[in-house]
Design a protein around this ligand. Structure first.
Ligand SMILES: Cc1ncc(COP(=O)(O)O)c(C=O)c1O
Length: 452
């Protein structure tokens, strides 16, 4: 592609595409990608980048997988799409369901398929409310979510998202959604300066349920490890305590495994780390390594039984045209086969250790306050003052500056505040991880030096 053609494309993009989380100033000098192979992306100028976030946490098996293109082509040639509404089904979605139920915790029984993580969460919220409605407790409808959560961009998924910028300008939001503090040991209001987590954050959820009245609370929704909110792994005691609290008050637990599902943390699903079973699990992203969109929610046997035995006068009226899309399901099956053949879940754990070793070296830098991660998802938090953990003022724009400095050096990532986020493809090599860490150190040095 010559420069004139590239410039024309860039100008048309800037003039006509409204990108997610948009502000025109942020879109200047946008990278236009043209191809990808493994953990490497190439832009229209031929510049190469390590895809430090698996694009959007999703290209888990890496770019350029012809096996997945072939699986899609085969299914498209045979049956690209067919109606999956009640009364109809297709072969790949039945096979995929069998596969997924073999991977998730054994209490799970039924799957609904959608297209995006947001839809999966919206519909999971409908599922828990519907469950209580069928159980004769329609007043159990409130949903508790946590600060720093990201659950998506549709209306209910936004209502459970715990970051202020996602709410600005979109009100009024639907009623019945409550937010509580999360488990963020480095910046915890209860235990940041104590040697270990006090689990006050979990107990605060209990207090919230009691304050609201357990008879009014349908579910708690949470990511096993926060993703977009800063890659924040919880204390190991957090999820078991949360499960106990939900059981005590008859409140359902929705685990949003949209990022953490399918190996990201070194387990098929992250809740395995703590031996916890949710009542509903949502998934998306890595189920197809993003080659085509697919998402869904999985419900426990008791919720599934309620749906199976629902009255004809109150059918479970959720749906989307592309539910159980045969091509998406065929690609997911082939993708999971790659996971098996190449031991990608085990690889995530092993490469996660390399990433953690690299980050431990960064922690020696004067402005690196905290490094954290689980498997192949991690964050490096840069601070103005290490001793007091004082953050930089948002107006300093440290996060965007770090992301740009890394991009110039050939590593693509994102920042939440001043935390640089990593979630590379599970096929990343040790050398590529070392390069990412070296680039991170150089970028931090450059941005800190530019402050004078
Ligand atoms: C944890 C989590 N849940 C839900 C979503 C929403 O998924 P989607 O963007 O596919 O709607 C995301 C997206 O990044 C996510 O990280």
């Amino acid at each position: 592609m010559d420069e004139a053609e590239i410039n024309a494309l860039a100008a048309y993009d800037a003039a006509h595409i409204i990108h997610p989380q948009f502000h025109a100033a942020d879109h200047r000098d946008a990278v236009i990608y043209e191809s990808g192979k493994g953990a490497i992306l190439t832009d229209v100028h031929g510049k190469q980048y390590i895809d430090g976030l698996s694009s959007l946490w999703n290209v888990a098996a890496g770019h350029g997988r012809t096996e997945l293109a072939e699986a899609a082509a085969k299914q498209m040639s045979q049956l690209a799409f067919s109606n999956s509404y009640t009364g109809y089904a297709n072969v790949p979605s039945i096979r995929l369901t069998e596969r997924l139920l073999g991977l998730v915790s054994p209490n799970m029984s039924g799957i609904f398929y959608a297209n995006s993580g947001s839809e999966a969460n919206d519909m999971a919220i409908k599922a828990v409310r519907y469950f209580w409605f069928l159980s004769g407790k329609p007043e159990k409808l409130k949903i508790i979510s946590r600060a720093d959560a990201y659950h998506g961009g549709t209306m209910a998924a936004t209502a459970v998202t715990g970051m202020a910028p996602f709410h600005k300008g979109f009100g009024p939001e639907p009623p019945g959604f409550l937010q509580v503090p999360t488990c963020y040991p480095y910046r915890c209001q209860w235990c940041a300066n104590k040697p270990s987590c006090s689990l006050d954050c979990a107990d605060n959820i209990e207090a919230t349920i009691l304050r609201e009245g357990a008879d009014t609370v349908a579910a708690v929704i949470a990511e096993p490890v926060h993703g977009a909110g800063g890659v924040i792994p919880p204390d190991p005691g957090y999820w078991p305590r949360l499960r106990e609290i939900c059981d005590r008050y008859n409140v359902l637990l929705i685990a949003d495994e949209v990022i953490t599902g399918f190996g990201r943390t070194g387990r098929w699903f992250a809740l395995e780390h703590w031996g916890v079973q949710a009542d509903v699990v949502t998934f998306a992203k890595a189920v197809t390594s993003a080659y085509v969109p697919l998402s869904g929610f999985i419900v426990s046997k008791s919720i599934h039984d309620a749906i199976l035995n629902g009255p004809a006068a109150a059918k479970f009226m959720i749906g989307c045209t592309n539910a159980a899309h045969p091509t998406a399901c065929a690609v997911a099956l082939r993708n999971l086969q790659i996971f098996d053949d190449e031991h990608l879940v085990e690889r995530a754990e092993k490469m996660g250790r390399c990433l953690n070793e690299g980050m431990a070296r960064l922690l020696e830098m004067p402005n690196v306050g905290n490094v954290r991660g689980l498997g192949l998802m991690a964050a490096v938090e840069v601070v103005a003052d290490k001793a007091s953990r004082q953050p930089f003022a948002p107006s300093d724009g440290i996060g965007p500056k770090l992301v740009r400095a890394m991009r110039e050096r050939g590593v693509i990532t994102r920042a939440k505040g001043e935390s640089i986020l990593f979630a590379p493809p599970l096929i990343i090599t040790k050398d590529q991880i070392d390069t990412m860490m070296n680039v991170t150190a150089e970028a931090i040095d450059e941005v800190m030096a530019s402050r004078g």
